[in-house]
Design a protein around this ligand. Structure first.
Ligand SMILES: Nc1ncnc2c1ncn2[C@@H]1O[C@H](COP(=O)(O)OP(=O)(O)OP(=O)(O)O)[C@@H](O)[C@H]1O
Ligand SMILES: [Mg+2]
Length: 299
């Protein structure tokens, strides 16, 4: 079964086409990331899939149901964390999550448990206005997850988080996904997408440029491997003589061998007892992202 089925989805704001004829499917149990520069259309796309913004063209089906007009059967089955957190005013963190929970018939104990799971146990009595940016973000994630939805949408969930909270959230989202939940998130962190996501959609100017596994995207880039040998181990001339080595450079960290045959080159280095201190750098998702979307600033 597909969790999300999107066909020809388009959203225009006057002259601007924010989402331009997007078609995609997400399977049940998948963990999908949407990457793209500022203004690429990620939030607009997600909010149409969530049934919060009305498309100008195209259709969306979520868990076998149409999302527009607002479909009450879907509400308990999906969890949504918006890019801009919104809370009930003047409530404490505990009152906040208990209120969300009660909307779905979820008890207070479960709600309080979610505060602990996102590390906000000792902020339970703090009013939401007094939470830090990252604390508020964690609360809004907990509110999106409190009713154990089948399908979760998170719009830049780790944008304001410190490194500890970011990794804790990765564990939390992985465990939710391992239990069969479908997760869709947007992020500007390439490492996050690479570690968490089964598939990644790279978006720009309202279109999906590529949608594949991180490994397949990196392979498709066909970037050479850079092997750096510790200083003094090998001269540039010796490095250039190894079969399979293309360019040779000399950097502060040693001699750099650029190759499209890393296995052969590493084999030769091993045979010559030159493997100590060697580092190997291949293409990354960030290289893919920059190759697809370019380097210029967006508005
Ligand atoms: N309500 C709106 N009215 C007019 N233009 C809008 C509206 N919402 C979004 N846009 C425009 O649509 C484009 C896509 O915006 P969107 O918020 O979807 O981008 P994004 O990929 O989520 O960016 P970011 O990484 O900054 O969150 C932008 O150019 C934005 O200015
Ligand atoms: Mg956005």
């Amino acid at each position: 079964m597909t969790a999300i089925h999107v066909l020809g989805l388009t959203k225009r704001y006057d002259e601007l086409t924010a989402v331009d004829d997007v078609t995609l499917d997400v399977g049940v149990g998948e963990f999908v990331g949407v990457l793209g520069p500022n203004g690429a259309g990620k939030t607009t796309l997600l909010e149409m899939i969530e049934g919060l913004r009305r498309p100008d063209a195209g259709t969306v089906e979520v868990l076998g149901e149409a999302v527009w007009p607002r479909n009450p059967r879907l509400q308990p089955r999906i969890g949504v964390q918006l890019q801009a957190s919104s809370f009930f005013e003047r409530l404490t963190a505990r009152e906040q999550i208990r209120t969300f929970a009660s909307l779905y018939g979820v008890g207070a104990a479960t709600a309080d448990g979610w505060l602990e799971r996102v590390g906000l146990g000792d902020k339970a009595d703090t009013r939401v206005e007094a939470l830090s940016g990252g604390q508020a973000q964690r609360l809004s994630i907990a509110c999106a997850l409190v009713h154990d939805p089948e399908l979760v949408f998170l719009d830049e969930p780790t944008a304001a988080l410190d490194p500890q909270a970011r990794r804790n959230l990765w564990d939390l989202l992985s465990s939710i996904n391992d239990s069969g939940r479908t997760v869709v998130l947007t992020t500007h962190y390439m490492d996050e997408a690479e570690i968490l996501c089964d598939r990644v959609a790279v978006m720009d100017h309202g279109r999906i440029l590529q949608f594949d596994t991180p490994a397949a995207l990196v392979r498709g880039l066909d970037a050479p491997t850079r092997i750096t040998v510790a200083p003094g181990a090998l001269t540039a001339a010796q490095a250039g003589a190894i079969a399979g080595v293309g360019e040779v450079g000399e950097g502060p960290d040693g001699v750099v061998l650029v190759t499209r045959e890393p296995a052969a080159v590493l084999g030769a280095l091993a045979a010559g007892q030159h493997l100590d201190g060697v580092t190997v750098q291949t293409g990354t998702l960030e290289d893919v992202f920059l190759a697809l979307t370019g380097r210029e600033y967006r508005a």
